[in-house]
Structure formats: structure tokens, C-alpha cells
Design a protein around this ligand. Structure first.
Ligand code: AMP
Length: 142
């Protein structure tokens, strides 16, 4: 199973935000889109990623003043991305080892989707169910 197959089911919508937008706008966007992370896009493309975890950690240190700070001050600037031709299995390994739950998908440098750990788990369960059905059919035909 490839990332392109996951995107075919879930679509290519990606919630994005400007690096200069305030954290208060980020919170609105996280709630509005019902997602856990937003891709930060500047004039030259993907500039970072910011998840609800970044907000929680910084809120502890900065308090309410954080709401007016720019998203760029709390985002992770070094973003791990994948392509539609990558396999779901390889992404599962990276997400588990590097402990993040969101990976933007780029094709020819363009943002074409985002895959979350939930999408990966859903796809793996689908694969396992399919194998189980095939095995059961094989046994009952036997
Ligand atoms: P998450 O598990 O997605 O809530 O993110 C946990 C931490 O990893 C946060 O600091 C995120 O900014 C960061 N992060 C999330 N996704 C990525 C990614 N694809 N590449 C690099 N860092 C990420």
C-alpha cells in the first residue's frame, strides 16, 4: 500500500497557516478543521509544521502571551515529508521512531496532502482484514 492509495480515500485537503499568523489564529484553525497539526506555508513553500503538542508545551512556559506570538516562533522548521510513491509501511516506521503523528505529502515540491498516524493505522487494519478474509475463504474452500 502506498501513500497515494491513502490520499485517494482521504483526499488532498491540507490545513495551512502563514508563519506570521498569531498562535490565536492557529488555535482557531486547529479547532475549525478538527485536526492535530497545521502545515506552515510561507512565500517559498512549506516552512514548518505546528501541532497541538507545540502549543501545549509553549503555553506552559509563556502563559497567555503566547496567543499573540507568531506561529513561526513555535513551529518545527525541519519538516519530515514524504511523497505519494512512499509506502505506508515505511512511514509507519518513521512516525514511530521519530515520535510524530503527521507527515505532509509533497509531489514535485507541491503540497498534495497530509497523512496522520490515524490514517496509517486505518490503512494497516484494512490490509490485515483483507488478508484475514482471504485466509478464511481459502480455509473454508479447502
Ligand atoms: P505530533 O505528534 O504531530 O503532534 O508532533 C509532535 C512534535 O513533532 C511537534 O513538535 C511537531 O511540531 C513535530 N512534528 C510533527 N510532524 C512533524 C514532521 N512531519 N516533521 C518534523 N516534525 C514534526
Amino acid at each position: 500500500m502506498r501513500i497515494a492509495d491513502v490520499l485517494r480515500t482521504k483526499g488532498s485537503a491540507v490545513a495551512t497557516i502563514d508563519p506570521d499568523a498569531p498562535v490565536s489564529e492557529l488555535l482557531r484553525s486547529l479547532a475549525e478543521h478538527n485536526v492535530g497539526a497545521i502545515v506552515v506555508v510561507g512565500p517559498s513553500g512549506v516552512a514548518g509544521i505546528v501541532s497541538e503538542r507545540d502549543v501545549v508545551r509553549r503555553l506552559h512556559a509563556s502563559g497567555a502571551a503566547l496567543l499573540a506570538a507568531p506561529v513561526s516562533s513555535i513551529m518545527t522548521a525541519e519538516v519530515f515529508t514524504c511523497t505519494p510513491s512512499d509506502t505506508v509501511d515505511s512511514l509507519t516506521v518513521v512516525m514511530t521512531e521519530r515520535r510524530f503523528r503527521h507527515v505532509p505529502v509533497l509531489s514535485d515540491g507541491q503540497l498534495v496532502g497530509i497523512v496522520s498516524i490515524g490514517d496509517v493505522v486505518k490503512s494497516r487494519i484494512g490490509q490485515l482484514e483483507q488478508s484475514q478474509d482471504q485466509l478464511q475463504a481459502y480455509i473454508s474452500q479447502g
